[in-house]
Design a protein around this ligand. Structure first.
Ligand code: CP
Length: 327
């Protein structure tokens, strides 16, 4: 087992640290070189955690976790990541109703307050563009932990890292995304990131939950082999990755429409009998019935390993944003 220290953790990574003191707002900030760097650093974080639980790269540094929407994974993994790096956290994650937001404090004033205490702000907010607004007002880096139906870049990074860890490569794979492709911000961010790779894309959704047209056009204009269908059986045999999503009830204005599509897909052992022996089933979680619990014991079910990878990716991001990364 390799044991790293502060001096060596950034040694011999592919390329230089381009993230120091940068906001992490959108996947468009990432190219192949930056992804290679981040994934190599995340792999080191895995080794560090497995060998010794963590490393004091961020001692005396503070993270403000500001969550205006519910979260289990993103909030907990950022907190765990900061603590495993020796730092500490201001957790506004139990609902902003317990903060002065409930008294009407604006997002700009809230971030300008938190930056007086913290070195980095992690923000989840229901409005698209809110992370960019926060970054405009904050002088410390802001990390977007989901801005409504907009983006969830750190989820897309951990998704891509999981595909790499599970399949050994990303190039050459057929990736099928299933479910709410309209409102599911993780599939938007992941699709954008996959345009850095040579993949085939299959989008499976009910008619009203299709991928946004601008993103479809972007994929087509880039020359990708892409197909849309409502029938998961059409893609199950060719998929190397089956990325399943929840129908995002909270984004519907018409709940009758939600009721029509909420149970459209359920991934079952019977369906997976038609899948490749070497493939993975992923889900950003939470799930509410899209993958039956019987699938969990299938070795191809990668969604809890995916959750774990969120810790390593967020450790890598926090270390890269808050350390110069020079050995
Ligand atoms: N995948 C994800 O973002 O989960 P949470 O909403 O629990 O953070």
């Amino acid at each position: 087992t390799l044991v790293f220290d502060e001096a060596t953790i950034f040694n011999n990574l592919p390329g230089k640290n381009a993230f120091y003191q940068q906001d992490i707002l959108a996947v468009s900030q990432f190219n192949r070189q930056k992804l290679d760097y981040l994934f190599a650093l995340a792999e080191r974080m895995r080794q560090v955690v497995e060998a010794r639980g963590g490393i004091d790269l961020l001692k005396h540094r503070v993270l403000a976790a500001l969550f205006y929407e519910p979260s289990t994974r993103t909030s907990s993994s950022f907190i765990a990541a900061m603590e495993r790096l020796g730092g500490s956290v201001i957790p506004i994650t139990q609902g902003v109703q317990f903060s002065s937001v409930s008294k009407g404090e604006s997002l700009p004033d809230t971030v300008r307050t938190l930056e007086q205490y913290a070195d980095v702000i992690v923000l989840r907010h229901p409005e698209k563009g809110s992370a960019a607004t926060a970054a405009h007002y904050a002088s410390v880096p802001v990390i977007n932990a989901g801005d409504g139906p907009g983006e969830h870049p750190t989820q897309a990074l951990l998704d891509l890292f999981t595909i790499l860890e599970e399949m050994g490569t990303i190039d050459g794979l057929t990736i099928a995304m299933v479910g709410d492709l309209r409102y599911g911000r993780t599939v938007h961010s992941l699709t954008e990131l996959l345009l850095e790779y040579n993949v085939k894309l299959r989008f499976v959704s009910p008619e009203i939950l299709r991928m946004p047209l601008d993103l479809m056009n972007k994929v087509r204009d880039a020359g990708y082999d892409v197909r849309e269908t409502y029938d998961v059986h059409e893609v199950i045999g060719e998929a190397d990755v089956l990325y399943v999503t929840r129908v995002q009830k909270e984004r519907f204005t018409d709940l009758a429409q939600y009721e029509q599509v909420k149970d459209y897909y359920t991934i079952t052992p019977e369906l997976l009998a038609h899948a490749k022996e070497r493939m993975v089933v992923m889900h950003p979680l939470p799930r509410v019935g899209e993958i039956s619990y019987e699938v969990d014991k299938d070795p191809r079910a990668a969604y809890f390993r995916q959750v774990r990878n969120g810790l390593y990716i967020r450790m890598a991001l926090l270390a890269a944003v808050l350390c110069r990364g020079e050995a």
